[in-house]
Design a protein around this ligand. Structure first.
Ligand SMILES: Nc1ncnc2c1ncn2[C@@H]1O[C@H](COP(=O)(O)OP(=O)(O)OP(=O)(O)O)[C@@H](O)[C@H]1O
Length: 609
């Protein structure tokens, strides 16, 4: 026998379980049944696909309570685990982001939503157990099985078990019952039935106790929606998503005819912590005629809808279908197209009929959905239809349709400005003339916004136009632009003086109160995008922008006079630098050499006091 230590993170999680931070302890049984069900799915699949020799004729889960010994046993004749697997799967927590979540959990104390994100799974038994024994033997292997035992206090023992049958038996040595602490008598027949009925009724394998089968085994997606309670849907959602919170929306689909399938999809109400991590688990469960085929099937749903959970049960696929074949399968591609359309139309319905739910959805997942604008050109319009954006028109986000309706007479472009946050964008000098003349500007502050705006030319025939790019001609701008002539020498001087920083200098139509701003040339990439590329390791040439001047600002007109009077004054290039730096700061940009800027400014201020 060997005694081993739990990995540090596992130990912390166990601590939380032993000291029972969660009030609903009944769920430990659900977790054990869920694991058993997964193990049965895996065994069936192994015999189908890998030709593993094992008896899959009576796959089931058995519950047995012993009142004398105060134990509850959950046994499955599923795939089982090797000794190494036990050490790896039960002794550690492999999931990414766990450490971070644990910290949050400890800070938040009682927070079922956070625990739900974990999938605490097997460890939840320690909420009710003094000791847990797990005996397992892997299907298709020779030799003995493995016996694992722990009180959940830092270490576990592991040993060979010669007589273990194929599958896994978990024996929970129960703590004394303490109903005040919601610790019930889990050897009680009635209590066990209640928990199974409540949480595990849809499990596809029989859950037996003595001669009785406790669950109905009805595949939820195959039942008419009117016959399924919300509670049942929610349990099923928990089973497949490991998310504790209730789903935001449930989507049923059924296609009949040449290619039949049923789907049950869920829009979660909260983004998982790893929504933007590359290695996050996602995809739908694939069944073929009620037989579980695989988890996390990414072929069924595009990445930008990776938060969608659910099941697809296709009638006409081979049970042997592999991931490689899935990728090319025409039927799968067709299902995927339909699922995408259905999800987008569901979001559209929320937008129209349930603004509150929509707002939750968009807050949690909008950033992911917008990725679709880049790589799902077929649905670009549909995505734009359901997207909402912050805008200068008010505090509530707006759809593009509503924006277009509000467009002023003569306006034929949709104006937007990207940036890091609302106040930075709102206060950017680029906004001035638009604000003053009452043109609405969309405020785009998600990183993905910088990218998709490059890929989407227009909406409803209206061009999407960054107000920090190219030259602007505001429609009602009938004021004569300042005659460039008077400023020409100054513009030439500034262009030469700031040649390292900018590609051109011109007079501006967009400034009211600021002296200057920086704009990108029509076909150049924006600084934010340039920064992103660099962060991804793609070094490119520095893209210079255009400095636009407000001819009505005293600094600019004063500079003109000064330049006319004393073109050789060494203070002039410094003023030029300060002017450029100020424009950069005003839009929230980063100075190349902040120390130099600060010194120039301080010297200049010193002369004024
Ligand atoms: N009855 C079982 N038979 C075979 N393997 C099991 C069994 N129970 C657990 N395991 C293995 O141990 C792993 C860890 O189980 P645990 O319940 O802690 O997490 P999980 O099931 O992966 O995640 P979640 O709890 O979120 O479903 C499982 O993924 C599975 O590989």
């Amino acid at each position: 026998m060997e005694t081993l230590e739990f990995q540090a993170e596992a130990r912390q999680l166990l601590q939380l379980m032993v000291h029972s931070i969660y009030s609903n302890k009944d769920i430990f049984l659900r977790e054990l049944i869920s694991n058993a069900s997964d193990a049965l799915d895996k065994l069936r699949l192994a015999t189908l696909q890998d030709g593993i020799e094992a008896d899959a004729s009576d796959l089931h889960i058995e519950l047995a309570a012993d009142k004398e010994a105060r134990t509850l046993t959950v046994r499955d004749n599923g795939i089982g685990m090797t000794r190494d697997e036990v050490v790896e799967l039960i002794g550690t927590i492999a999931k990414s982001g766990t450490a971070e979540l644990l910290t949050k959990l400890r800070e938040a104390k009682e927070s079922p939503e956070l625990i739900g994100q974990f999938g605490v799974g097997f460890y939840s038994t320690f909420m009710v157990a003094e000791k847990v024994t797990l005996v397992t033997r892997k299907a298709g292997t020779e030799g003995h099985g493995t016996r694992w035992e722990s009180t959940g206090e830092g270490t576990y023992s592991i040993d060979d078990e010669p007589d273990a049958p194929i599958g896994t038996t978990v024996t929970v040595h129960l703590r004394p019952k303490d109903e005040e602490d919601a610790l019930y008598d889990y050897t009680d027949d009635w209590k066990i039935r209640e928990i199974v009925k409540k949480y595990s009724d849809f499990i596809a394998f029989p859950i037996r106790m003595g001669d009785d089968t406790l669950n109905s085994m009805k595949a939820l997606w195959a039942r008419p929606r009117s016959e399924v309670s919300d509670e049942e849907y929610h349990e099923f959602y928990r089973h497949i998503s490991h998310d504790w919170s209730e789903p935001l929306e449930i989507i049923n689909m059924k296609a009949e005819g040449t290619f039949e399938y049923e789907a049950l999809l869920f829009l979660p109400s909260r983004a998982p912590h790893d929504l933007f991590q590359r290695d996050s688990r996602h995809g739908l469960q694939l069944y073929v005629k009620r037989v579980f085929i695989m988890d996390d099937s990414r072929e069924l749903i595009p990445d930008y809808l990776r938060f969608v959970k659910g099941v697809v049960d296709a009638a006409d696929l081979s049970l042997n279908i592999s991931r490689e074949i899935l990728q090319q399968d025409r039927h799968i591609q067709m299902i995927r197209r339909r699922l995408v359309k259905k999800v987008l139309s569901t979001i559209k319905d929320l937008l129209a009929g349930n603004p509150e739910k929509y707002a939750t959805f968009w807050r949690e997942f909008g950033r992911a959905v917008k990725e679709g604008l880049l790589n799902d050109s077929d649905n670009q319009k549909a995505i734009l239809d359901v997207a909402t954006f912050s805008s200068t028109a008010g505090t509530e986000p707006t759809t593009l349709t509503a924006y277009v309706e509000r467009m002023k007479e003569g306006q034929d472009e949709i104006y937007f400005l990207t940036g890091e946050n609302r106040s930075q964008v709102e206060n950017s000098p680029h906004m001035e003339a638009f604000q003053q003349q009452g043109y609405e500007v969309l405020i785009l502050t998600d990183p993905v916004d910088e990218i998709w705006v490059e890929a989407v030319p227009d909406y409803d025939g209206k061009k999407l136009q960054s107000i920090a790019r190219g030259s602007v001609d505001l429609p009602k701008d009938n004021e004569e632009p300042e005659p460039e002539g008077d400023f020409a020498p100054l513009l030439t001087f500034l262009k030469e003086s700031l040649t390292e920083q900018i590609k051109d200098v011109r007079l501006s139509h967009r400034l009211i109160s600021s002296p200057a701003c920086l704009v990108s040339d029509t076909d150049d990439i924006t600084p934010a995008l340039e920064k992103m590329y660099r962060a991804m390791g793609q070094e490119g040439p520095r893209v210079k922008r255009i400095l636009e001047l407000n001819p009505n600002h005293p600094l600019v007109s004063g500079l003109r006079t000064a330049y006319e009077a004393r073109a050789d004054d060494p203070a002039l290039p410094e003023t030029a630098e300060l002017l450029y730096g100020t424009a950069l700061l005003a839009e929230g940009g980063d100075l190349d050499d902040p120390a130099r800027f600060a010194k120039l400014l301080a010297d200049r201020l010193a002369k004024t006091v």
